[in-house]
Design a protein around this ligand. Structure first.
Ligand SMILES: [Zn+2]
Length: 311
């Protein structure tokens, strides 16, 4: 019997994407709508409508696989740390399953991305794969032997909300002290405050008292602009050391990078070089590479997770 098509949903802070994974595990995007982020009823009505509109792609036994920002509590199934207010403390999988009359799985998007990369992307053939999300913020996921490591509290891989390991960086031979910035998570000095695209902007501001977008900073770095070069020099130290530390702890032999910064190939190459300098034993093999699924890794991974659970 062939495997049923999987209904895939990517739920972001501003959009809902709908896709289908066929029996050969190929993903096709079918629809995208703005998400009614503050109303549970409007949200469930729209999802039901989107699935009904594309029902020709699915069968009665098609499960629903959801990738979303935020964490699913492993013990209760409740959502927390979600950027979609309508999901606050909802048991998303159970409640949607009752409404849609289908099996529903929900998982964190960084974990889903890492699973997709480990099974079919840039982490294939590696026993332990760490997914490092460098988007507007910093996230992560861990996959071992082709399975997501969820951990006791669902937070495995969240390396962005721990302290930067360095408070001093070397810039052109000079040592510079950096402040530990307050993080929206309530802690002080999280990597997230310097590590993602927003963090890069914070760092540039801290070092040069100058406001610039991450895209602009990276463009100027590639044009050898001195200030931007210093910012990236500091960024590679601040991100490279915790990433090396993460590799030491998890035993990952491959780090796949997702999020907007993953598309800057020279930056990820430079990050790999930085990390190689910090791990206890560097190898000739690339450790840090851009992910293969820049846009739909979350959906892909959620669908593969549904396959693992439901066939
Ligand atoms: Zn934090």
């Amino acid at each position: 019997m062939s495997k049923p098509a999987v209904i895939c949903l990517d739920l972001g802070g501003s959009f809902i994407k709908l896709g289908v994974m066929d029996a050969q595990n190929a993903l096709t995007i079918l629809d995208q709508q703005n998400i009614p982020a503050t109303s549970w009823t409007a949200f469930t009505t729209l999802v039901s409508h989107m699935i009904a509109q594309h029902q020709a792609h699915f069968t009665a036994d098609s499960p629903v696989a959801i990738s979303t920002a935020g964490i699913v509590a492993p013990d209760t199934g409740e959502m927390f740390a979600s950027n979609i207010p309508a999901f606050h403390q909802r048991r998303l999988a159970n409640e949607l399953s009752a409404i849609l009359q289908r099996r529903v799985i929900v998982h964190n998007d960084a974990d889903c991305f890492t699973l997709a990369e480990a099974l079919t992307g840039a982490g294939q053939a590696h026993k332990v794969v760490f997914g490092a999300i460098l988007g507007s913020g910093v996230g992560g996921g861990l996959v071992a032997d082709g399975r997501i490591i969820t951990g006791q509290n669902g937070l495995t891989g969240e390396w962005g909300h721990g302290p930067i390991t360095l408070t001093e960086v070397e810039l052109d031979g000079e040592t510079l002290r950096l402040p530990r910035l307050s993080c929206p998570c309530g802690q002080k000095g999280c990597l997230d405050s310097y590590g993602g695209a927003r963090g890069l902007e914070n760092l540039h501001q801290t070092l040069h008292s100058s406001t610039a977008s991450s895209i602009d900073i990276i463009k100027r770095w590639q044009q050898q602009d001195r200030q931007a070069q210093q910012t990236l020099q500091a960024w590679l130290q601040l991100v490279g050391q915790p990433l090396a530390y993460t590799i030491n702890i998890t035993g990952a032999s491959r780090v796949v990078v997702g999020g907007g910064l993953a598309s800057v190939v020279p930056l990820i190459e430079a990050l790999d070089q930085a990390v190689q300098g910090y791990v206890l034993r560097s190898t000739r093999q690339r450790l840090v590479v851009p992910g293969a699924f820049a846009h739909h890794g979350g959906m892909m991974g959620a669908a593969l997770l549904a396959r693992q659970r439901h066939g």
